[in-house]
Structures are given as C-alpha cells and as structure tokens.
Design a protein around this ligand. Structure first.
Ligand code: ADP
Ligand code: MG
Ligand code: MG
Length: 199
C-alpha cells in the first residue's frame, strides 16, 4: 500500500530529478520553445519540496493537492497549470484515504490526465506531455517499471511528431525532429514513482 510518506517521497524524488535534468529540459525547450522549461519546473518543484517539508500533509490526496497548488502558483509557463491540474485532480480522486493501492493510483492518475486534456485541449499525438503521461497511466497496472518504460518510450516517440498544441505548434513543420520538453519531464515524473517505491 502507498501512504502519504510514499507520495511525499515521490514529489521529493521528482524535485531532485528535475534539478538534475533542468539543463536538458531547457535545452529541449530552446529548440522548439522559449528555453525555460527546466527553470520553470525547477522553481515549481523546489517550492513543492519546501512546502511538503513545512506542512507534512498526512494523506496521499492531500500531498498531491498541495503539490499541485504550489506548481500552479509558482510556475509561470503553460506547464505549471497543466502539471498543477494533473496533481490536484489526481489528489482529489484519491480522496482522504490514508493508504491507496497501485490500482487506485492508476485510476486517480487517469482522472488527473483527463484534467490536463480538458484544460489544455490536447490529445495524444499532439507532441505534448500527454504523449508520455497517457501510455504511462495505461501501463501502470503492470507496475511502476512498466509505467516508466512506457513514459520514456512515449517521450522519445514525440521526436518525429509535429506539435499541435503549446508554443512549439507556432513552429509548424519546424517542430519535427525535436523531442518535446514536457513529455520528457513527464517521463522524469513517472520514473520518480519507481524510485520512490524503491523498486
Ligand atoms: P511555456 O511553453 O509556457 O514556456 P513550458 O516551457 O514550461 O511552458 O512547458 C512547455 C511544455 O508544456 C511543452 O513541451 C508541452 O509538453 C506542454 N504543453 C504545452 N501546451 C500544452 C497543452 N495544451 N496540453 C498539454 N501539454 C502542453
Ligand atoms: Mg517554455
Ligand atoms: Mg515560457
């Protein structure tokens, strides 16, 4: 079972991973965006880690709701409200249970991903974070390692796509041939689940 400690660990591991990979995320965003994705998420996830340390919410749902709220209030770019919605919706779907199982997490994340689609109007294939998140949620029933592999494959598969949403879509054909920064950070977020589980 996954308790509040696990979810705090997930966010802390994600923050460390974003810190480590911020340069790469910004480099990807400099090719097809405005070169701020790494610094956007670094600011956001540092705020998440700091808040979780101060407030120590005691249910999985409360950890994710607070984390999402922090991302929305600290990240200026498109990714802040989108990731914030992902975490808040997922947290809301988990309710106030003290512990949840992987199946419940998969179902809640599905609700979170639907929130991202509703907010941003994107679908899989549009070269966005959804290209990593949707396959990851689909694979989560097979475990965290399967979800990580699916998210990484999904992020890599954005390279030949033409962006239809977000800033990269302004480039039209010229967005082809570059991996999407948000799909790449989503793969980090999903990989952090596996690391937090210690598997
Ligand atoms: P900004 O584009 O405002 O500078 P970021 O650079 O932080 O924001 O984030 C860019 C990423 O956000 C993109 O790589 C893409 O994955 C994701 N993104 C942008 N628009 C959407 C959308 N409508 N739906 C889903 N994801 C999106
Ligand atoms: Mg950007
Ligand atoms: Mg920006």
């Amino acid at each position: 079972m996954l308790d509040a400690d696990f979810f705090r660990r997930w966010m802390t591991v994600a923050a460390a991973s974003v810190d480590r990979e911020a340069g790469r995320l910004t480099a990807l965003d400099s090719a097809i965006g405005d070169a701020d994705h790494g610094s956007n998420l670094q600011r956001g996830f540092r705020a998440v880690a700091a808040t979780l340390e101060q407030e120590a919410p005691d249910t999985p749902g409360a950890v994710l709701a607070l984390s999402g709220k922090q991302l929305i209030s600290t990240v200026g770019g498109a990714s802040g409200p989108l990731y914030g919605t992902l975490l808040r919706r997922t947290g809301k779907a988990l309710g106030d249970a003290a512990e949840v199982d992987t199946g419940q997490l998969a179902e809640a994340l599905r609700a979170g991903v639907e929130g991202v689609m509703a907010l941003g109007g994107a679908a899989p294939g549009d070269k966005t974070m959804l290209d990593a998140l949707v396959p990851a949620v689909d694979a989560l029933g097979d475990g965290f390692a399967a979800a990580r592999a699916a998210a990484e494959a999904g992020a890599e598969a954005t390279t030949p796509l033409r962006a239809r949403k977000g800033r990269a879509s302004y480039l039209g054909e010229r967005s082809i041939g570059h991996q999407d920064p948000g799909a790449t950070s989503s793969a980090l977020l999903i990989a952090a689940l596996e690391e937090a589980a210690g598997t």
